[in-house]
Design a protein around this ligand. Structure first.
Ligand SMILES: [Zn+2]
Length: 356
């Protein structure tokens, strides 16, 4: 018996399929080879998820109150594909020689910290779920993912992508897919899918800002800064401040994200543009957070978290449904007389999402 009726885990990789598709068509085998291998591996993993999901969800619930400490274990796949691999760092152990292991450990800790300290949430499931991660997965693997049970990081091919543990927001992005699965469970297609992606970018960015102690004005609002190889013309995978400007590279192409509904992309690829149109709710969050000022996780983040976990957000929500709930949550949290709900309303207006 499972208590997770309708629960559909997302197999979300950091690098969207449309980016790898383009790389796989490149004339240079040094570029197309790793991209092709990564695509094949990802499709195998996606298929395997469907088979094993039921078992992982039927796991027995914890009996005691969850701890305020994370429970992290880092494994090393040694460039193979066996998961989880060899245990290399358990919770509470000192850092070792391998910087990748140490970054994965810190990234899991930073994610746990934001959700606990800002929102009193205990881990991904709200019930102290242990956080496991495997590093050095496969050879030249151009991706990182959360498979519903653990995080997995590739080292990149060194040509286009480098070590995926380099971006703390990438780690936060993937783990937030877990939070979404356990809460609003947004369907991974079209607008609800783009909202699902946006939740992961929003909390991924907040995890980075929280760990660095940055205000909304100080933050770079980039997702995946540090995972592009030095020769790539670009700063990151996505920009919440200026969607569509993260990269413009002869091999990688141009960042396809719109910032407003005027440029909404209708496509069947990428699950109906989940990594593309997420630029619109991403930008709305950026506008609300910077208008409110201070630390973004305290006001805008709290409002978004209230909507994600509050129980009113439908798995099939459109942007307009989500926008309406954020305005409602802002009023409930901060009152009818405050600036908060007005800032949220204005942010959605600026990206062209009408609130019904
Ligand atoms: Zn994602």
């Amino acid at each position: 018996m499972t208590t997770h009726g309708g629960f559909e885990p997302v197999f979300c990789t950091v690098v969207p399929p449309h980016v790898l598709d383009r790389l796989a068509r490149n004339d240079d085998p040094a570029l197309s080879g790793p991209a092709r291998r990564t695509l094949v591996r990802d499709s195998e993993l996606r298929a395997r998820r469907r088979v094993t999901t039921e078992f992982s969800l039927a796991a027995a619930p914890a009996v005691k109150a969850p701890s305020d400490q994370p429970l992290r274990t880092i494994y090393d796949a040694g460039h193979g594909t066996e998961l989880p691999g060899t245990e290399v760092r358990a919770e509470g152990r000192d850092p070792g020689q391998d910087a990748t292991v140490n970054r994965a450990y810190s990234g899991l800790g930073a994610t746990f910290d934001l959700f606990l300290k800002a929102y009193r949430r205990h881990s991904i499931d709200g019930d102290g779920l242990p956080l496991d991660a495997t590093v050095h997965y496969d050879e030249g693997y151009n991706n990182a993912f959360w498979n519903g049970e653990q995080m997995v990081f590739g080292d990149g091919d060194g040509e286009i992508f480098v070590d995926f543990t380099n971006s703390i927001d990438v780690i936060g992005h993937e783990l937030t897919h877990g939070v979404t699965q356990y809460t609003a469970n947004l369907t991974y297609y079209g607008q609800p899918g783009a909202l699902n992606e946006s939740m992961s970018d929003v909390f991924g960015a907040l995890i980075k800002q929280y760990s660095l102690g940055q205000t909304a004005a100080e933050a770079d609002w980039l997702i995946g800064a540090g995972i592009l190889a030095p020769d790539v013309t670009g700063t990151a995978l996505r920009s919440m401040k200026a969607p569509g400007t993260a990269y413009d590279d002869d091999v990688l192409g141009k960042d396809p994200q719109p910032a407003t509904m005027d440029d909404y992309v209708r496509t069947g690829r990428d699950n109906g543009g989940v990594h593309i149109n997420s630029g619109i709710p991403n930008h709305a969050f950026y506008l609300a957070a910077t208008a409110l000022g201070g630390y973004a996780w305290e006001k805008a983040g709290l409002i978004w978290y209230d909507v994600l976990t509050g129980g009113e957000l439908s798995p099939k929500a459109f942007f307009t449904d989500f926008a309406g709930l954020t305005v409602k949550a802002a009023r409930e949290r901060f009152g009818d007389g405050g600036d908060e709900f007005q800032a949220v309303e204005k942010a959605w207006e600026q990206v062209g999402v009408r609130i019904l």
